[in-house]
Structure formats: structure tokens, C-alpha cells
Design a protein around this ligand. Structure first.
Ligand SMILES: Nc1nc2c(ncn2[C@@H]2O[C@H](COP(=O)(O)OP(=O)(O)OP(=O)(O)O)[C@@H](O)[C@H]2O)c(=O)[nH]1
Length: 196
């Protein structure tokens, strides 16, 4: 089965103040941690979704690019664009580019839940869902398209209409710590929370 790895790296970073996906963490730009987690699981193709003003700052030449013509339309619009560009891919493992503690073992764990009864496999911590560290099946595309056409851009709205397998994670697990502001680094930068 064809499973793609997708790094969403075309956000505005307005709360951060500069493109946060290139900020260094543990010796690598932030987006690389997501990219490596996908590459280590041999997903094919590996896709970076971004926009023209950011592309030159990425170092990769061995990935597929989605360069969004209309930037900053949000993750749901990006997912819908990506699914349309890769019509033979059945599952898409989507990772945000601002989650420095995500690692290959997490990706492997999630892959084990792939099942044709579901349109998405999504981590859940208590009542918080993690739609940007999740698997989406091609069967989600019609609903994603419908939401885009209705100008409804929330991933939660998408999940509400899909058959989702929710995977529980401990509430105190720091895996999904994400960087929105400069201050968020203090939460991510605890030694015990970083394992590769
Ligand atoms: N490709 C792509 N990625 C996006 C887009 N919007 C957000 N992302 C990514 O989705 C993840 C979560 O984004 P957010 O932090 O919620 O939004 P942001 O625009 O990056 O930051 P803010 O402007 O501070 O909200 C990040 O990895 C973003 O790079 C988009 O329009 N296209």
C-alpha cells in the first residue's frame, strides 16, 4: 500500500514572528524533526507542502514539493491540495513542522493502526485531538473538498465527518508539544522530553 509522508510547512508563523519551521532545535531546523520521523519509516513519497517565499530555505533535494499558489490557506486546504496532486497515494501521514519532539517511533506506532474501516487515524490526549500528527486516507478527500468549497477550514470540522480511529496518548506525554510563540521553547526544551 502506498503511504506518503507529508510535512506541512507553509504556515504564516504570525505568533512566532518569523518562519518558525527553520528555527534550530537539537541541531536541526524544526521541520527536519518531522521529516526525519517520516523518512525513517520508509514512507514514499515524502512531500513538503510550503509556499514559494519559503521554499529556498529548505535544504532537501530528495523530496516532492507542493508549492501552494495561494499561500496561508491553512492545513485543511493544504491536505486537499496534496491529495489531489498524488492520486495514487492511499494514505497520507501528515505532520506539522512545529512539533520538535515528534519521532520515528511515534510514526511507526500510528502506522500499525491503518485499517480500511477508517478515513483517519488521529492521536488523542484527554479531550485534545492532534489532527496535525495524523493519518488521512484518500476517502477523506470528498469531505475535505466539500469543506473547502464551503470555506470551512477547520481540521476539527473534517474529523467530525470522517470515520476516525482515535489513538489515546497519556495526558502528560510531551510528544505533541508545538511551538507557536518564542516563549513556547521553554516548554519544549526539557532534556527528559527529547528522545531520538
Ligand atoms: N503547507 C501549509 N502548511 C500550513 C499552512 N498553515 C499552517 N500550516 C502548518 O501547519 C502547522 C500548524 O500551523 P499553526 O501554528 O496553527 O499556524 P501558522 O500559520 O504556522 O502560525 P500562526 O500564524 O502563528 O497561526 C505548522 O507546521 C504550519 O507550518 C498552510 O496554509 N499551508
Amino acid at each position: 500500500m502506498n503511504i506518503a509522508g507529508v510535512v506541512l510547512a507553509g504556515g504564516q508563523s504570525s505568533r512566532y514572528g518569523q518562519p518558525k519551521m527553520f528555527e534550530p532545535f537539537a541541531g536541526q531546523p524544526l521541520y527536519k524533526h518531522s521529516l526525519i520521523a517520516l523518512q525513517k519509516n520508509q514512507l514514499q513519497p515524502i512531500i513538503i507542502a510550503t509556499n514559494a517565499s519559503l521554499q529556498s530555505q529548505f535544504l532537501e533535494n530528495d523530496v516532492q514539493w507542493i508549492i501552494e499558489e495561494q499561500p496561508h490557506q491553512g492545513p485543511l486546504f493544504a491536505l486537499h491540495t496534496i491529495m489531489n496532486h498524488f492520486p495514487t497515494v492511499e494514505w497520507f501521514f501528515v505532520l506539522a513542522s512545529d512539533m520538535p519532539l515528534i519521532h520515528a517511533q511515534f510514526v511507526q506506532t500510528m502506522l500499525a493502526f491503518i485499517d480500511e474501516r477508517y478515513d483517519a487515524i488521529v492521536p488523542q490526549q484527554a479531550d485534545k485531538l492532534q489532527p496535525l500528527a495524523a493519518l488521512y486516507r484518500r476517502s477523506a478527500l470528498p469531505i475535505a473538498t466539500q469543506l473547502v468549497l464551503q470555506n470551512r477550514r477547520s481540521m476539527q470540522a473534517l474529523l467530525a465527518q470522517l470515520r476516525v480511529c482515535y489513538i489515546p496518548f497519556e495526558e502528560n506525554n510531551k510528544l505533541f508539544t508545538n511551538i507557536n510563540t518564542q516563549q513556547d521553547w521553554s516548554a519544549a526544551y526539557t532534556k527528559e522530553s527529547y528522545h531520538e
